[in-house]
Design a protein. Structure first.
Ligand code: UD1
Length: 417
């Protein structure tokens, strides 16, 4: 069965280790395509998005081997420039291969990428930026071809600091002739990881971590060994679990420096947080407070990927919380499911949710519709009395290596049914 069962209602006690980051490793796998050599990526999470990306790389001729959490990518030979099918349409990150393929072979034909149903997810910013670098794009029903003779470095200003567009431009720019100056670049930690990976492989990138990136293209790249940093959203998931269910947990390897906005919210809710070199300790007692107003923002603000996870935790916090979603317009899809469990949430348009804390949730059967919303329902299941069944666990498996194992480590009764 494609479901996760939770017998909830108990506080969480225990410790678990945080897996490697999904949003970091996917662009690294695309970057490996630029390198006519062998790259070894360590601490790679075993999640379905990574499996799809492996299939895509194999489909164009790369040799990819996965042994435990170590991924070896040999991109010395590229034989294909067409990418189609479910591995593309089922995963938004397949778009990363656009910049990488243009950088490596100058042409790609691909289906339009898919991903979570969290709102319109166009690729106009990606295509417009690449056009400025000399790329011609021929759009057809359902797919497109992009082609370039020589990628040219140029000045690009993103109208929205899109994470994916920033990554795609970086991938193309390291192979371009001349210098690319990217203004209003996204500053998410995963962009820094991509730049560090490319820099170690021989690329020249300045301004890493800032809003202006200066990339000198054309340097030859060599194979490297690189370790994927831990996943801040997975760590945030367990943080919000203990904020919802109460208890005392320890998250080994949690990337605390990238989690400041989440930790601030947890403290405002009443958490006692202790940060050490080894990870993050969180104590949450019975009296959790509401968050009067919070909006999702680009990094270092509160991440949109954490929004539904926080919402689940707030359903039983004392008082009224308001969350405004500013990044994606369709990211309140779990509201109806949480209401089925007894939550009191009112939507004001598709951008604002008002959550009135209730005494408790009750377990029932709910449907996951996307990755983080699905994980949020597991949080609600841990908080609820009785049994909760979260259907469609395949959405959750896109980003969580073994969510049942992690929750069992934290003392929760969560298992595959
Ligand atoms: C990435 C993350 C995702 C996260 C999001 C925002 C990965 C694999 N995914 O997604 O988990 O929720 O950043 O932090 O890293 N936009 C356009 N046109 C475009 C591209 C984007 O209008 O061509 C809009 C989007 O609709 C959205 C906003 O820009 O409203 C931000 O999206 P973007 O930062 O691009 O998100 P992704 O890279 O898709």
């Amino acid at each position: 069965m494609d479901a996760i069962h939770i017998r909830g209602g108990n506080a969480l006690f225990g410790e678990t280790r945080i897996q490697g980051s999904k949003n970091a490793v996917l662009p690294l796998m695309a970057a490996a395509l630029l390198i006519k050599d062998i790259c070894i990526i360590e601490n790679c999470p075993c999640i379905s998005d990574v499996h799809h990306m492996q299939q895509l790389l194999r489909g164009i001729g790369c040799k990819v081997k996965c042994s435990g959490h170590t991924l070896t990518i040999d991109a010395r030979n590229i034989e294909e420039d067409i990418m189609a099918g479910e591995n593309v349409t089922g995963m938004r990150s397949s778009i990363m291969l656009l910049g990488a393929m243009l950088g490596r072979v100058g042409e790609v034909t691909m289906d339009y990428p898919g991903g979570c149903v969290i709102g319109e997810r166009p690729i106009d910013l990606h295509l417009n930026a690449l056009r400025r670098m000399g790329v011609s794009v021929y759009e057809k029903e359902g797919y497109f071809t992009a082609r370039v003779k020589t990628l040219e470095g140029t000045v690009i200003r993103l109208p929205i600091s899109s994470v994916g567009a920033t990554e795609n431009i970086i991938l193309a720019a390291v192979m371009a002739k001349g210098v690319t100056v990217l203004q209003n670049a996204a500053k998410e930690p995963e962009i820094i990881t991509l730049c560090e990976f490319l820099r170690e492989a021989g690329a020249v990138i300045e301004g890493i971590g800032g809003a202006v990136l200066i990339i000198q293209g054309g340097h030859s790249l060599h194979g490297i060994r690189f370790r994927v940093p831990p996943d801040r959203i997975v760590a945030g998931t367990y943080l919000m679990s203990v904020m919802g269910a109460g208890g005392h947990i320890f998250l080994e390897d949690a990337p605390v420096a990238q989690m400041r906005s989440m930790l601030k919210v947890a403290e405002d809710m009443g958490a006692e947080i202790d940060v050490s070199r080894e990870g993050l300790s969180i104590i949450a007692d019975e009296n959790r407070r509401a968050i009067p107003y919070l909006k999702t923002e680009v990094y270092p603000g509160f991440p949109t990927d954490m929004q539904s996870l926080l919402m689940a935790a707030l359903t039983t916090a004392a008082g009224v919380s308001v969350i405004e979603e500013t990044i994606f317009e369709n990211r309140f899809r779990i509201v109806d499911q949480l209401k089925k469990m007894g939550a009191c949430i009112e939507l004001q348009g598709n951008r604002q949710a008002v959550i009135v804390g209730v005494d408790g949730l009750l377990g029932c059967e709910v449907d996951a519709e996307e990755l983080r919303g699905g994980a949020a329902l597991v949080i609600a299941g841990c908080m609820a009395l009785g049994e909760t069944v979260v259907n469609n666990r395949h959405f959750i498996e896109r980003g969580y290596e073994d969510i049942c194992r992690d929750y069992q480590n934290l003392g929760a009764n969560v298992y595959i049914g």
